[in-house]
Design a protein around this ligand. Structure first.
Ligand SMILES: *Cc1c(COP(=O)(O)O)cnc(C)c1O
Length: 402
């Protein structure tokens, strides 16, 4: 009897929780087919280095329209190997953005090179080509010699201004590596993110447009880069795949078969999933329109096709405490998050390179006043209306309070 009573109480509490709306920031879209494809692998003897890995790589390369794809255990691993594969190392300097997930700049540190940050465009939040040029031309000759590459990051699902960046790269003889971890399916003038540089890297963490749990992919048209990545991800193994023949220092950055199987299944519905994200973003844009004096909604450059990793807005009134807004929204059942802190202001970057507040004001301004709203398959127009309604109400509350 007591047990029954307890049970009833539990049910009562849980139904109360269910009745309160709560929107997470992201949610993977996993279907019965995804689950079946992972289970299928578990019923075989191949849990790693099996047929799913090469199938995933081949299908991914085809989808991107590139010659080679090399699956790895994370986007971060992919960035690390790309740096090594194009020959970047100690003493080299790499131009990149401070407005990114820390993994992009860290991949430069991982190979002993130095990131040279350049500020971003205030509307697209991507690297500003004019500022790249300014940076290059302002460097003394000895520093300019050390410049080897531009690591572009296509932020939030939108490509950088690749025309201008490619012109600069060829003028100053710099390689291009693309961190396309947030931008699978995004395009600049119809050309897909990840296909502009010597190598492009994608990530499949559960909050990305498609997922393998953990996982990543390097794409390239260079056989040499492909072969180096393939070897290094597997302990530096020689090409003939002899189990204990290691020709160089390597890593274990392999993607297992369960993840690869999930990747194949997710890739099949990638276009559908991106279409759904575009629909949600379009709803947000439309619902936010009357509030454009309060909130700056994301800007998509006319030459770009967005793939919406995140929907990030900026609060126009700089006096509003963004972190307090995030906390209040959470209480109202809406998850949101700061995207992103500026990398140059992390302690270890400040210590290593002497960066300080004010060095990249555009990036810092976006870091200080922006937040990401929920975006995942299953959100309806009504959900979007609810979320924006809460957002505006909480901003107004803070306006009145301060
Ligand atoms: C997600 C992401 C990565 C890589 O992430 P992993 O978690 O290592 O797969 C790299 N750069 C950017 C910009 C990202 O958003």
């Amino acid at each position: 009897m007591t047990r029954l009573k307890n049970l009833r109480r539990v049910n009562c509490v849980s139904s109360k929780i269910i009745n309160m709306k709560f929107y997470p920031l992201a949610k993977p879209y996993i279907t019965a087919k995804d689950k079946a494809s992972v289970l299928e692998v578990l019923n075989t003897n191949y849990l790693s280095l099996g047929p799913k890995l090469s199938e995933f790589e081949k299908k991914f390369a085809k989808k991107l329209g590139v010659k080679y794809a090399c699956a790895v255990s994370s986007g971060t691993a992919g960035l690390h190997l790309s740096m090594l594969a194009v020959g970047i190392g100690a003493g080299d300097e790499i131009i990149t953005t401070p407005f990114s997930f820390v993994a992009s700049a860290n991949s430069i540190l991982c190979v002993g090179a130095k990131p040279v940050f350049v500020d971003i465009n205030p509307l697209t939040y991507n690297l500003d080509p004019a500022k790249i040029k300014e940076k290059i031309t302002s460097l003394p000759a000895d520093r300019r010699k050390k410049l080897k590459a531009i690591l572009v990051v296509h932020i939030f699902g939108q490509c950088c201004d690749m025309g201008a960046i490619q012109r600069l790269a060829s003028k100053y003889k710099l390689l291009i590596i693309e961190d396309a971890c947030e931008s699978i399916g995004a395009a600049y003038k119809g050309k897909l993110a990840g296909t502009f540089g010597q190598a492009g890297v994608f990530a499949f963490y559960p909050n990305k447009q498609m997922t393998t749990g953990e996982g990543g992919m390097i794409v390239t048209n260079s056989k040499k880069i492909y072969e180096i990545c393939n070897s290094l991800k597997n302990q530096g193994r020689a090409k003939n795949d002899q189990w204990l023949n290691h020709k160089s220092l390597g890593y274990n950055y392999r993607l297992d078969e369960m993840s690869a199987a999930l990747g194949i299944s997710q890739l099949e519905k990638l276009d559908f999933m991106i279409r759904k994200r575009r629909q949600i973003a379009a709803w947000y844009n439309e619902i936010l329109k009357p509030y454009d004096d309060i909130v700056q909604s994301p800007m998509t450059a006319a030459v770009n096709t967005h793939s919406w990793f995140l929907y990030v807005i900026k609060i126009k009134n700089k006096k509003i405490d963004r972190d307090l807004l995030i906390a209040n929204l959470k209480k109202a059942g809406v998850s949101s998050k700061q995207y992103l802190p500026s990398i140059h202001l992390f302690d270890f970057y400040k210590k290593l390179f002497g960066y300080k507040k004010g060095d990249f004001p555009v990036s810092e301004n976006v870091s200080g006043h922006s937040l990401a709203l929920p975006i995942y398959l299953g959100l309806t127009r009504r959900d979007c209306e609810y979320i924006i309604h809460k957002l505006i109400a909480e901003i107004n509350n803070l306006n009145d309070a301060g």
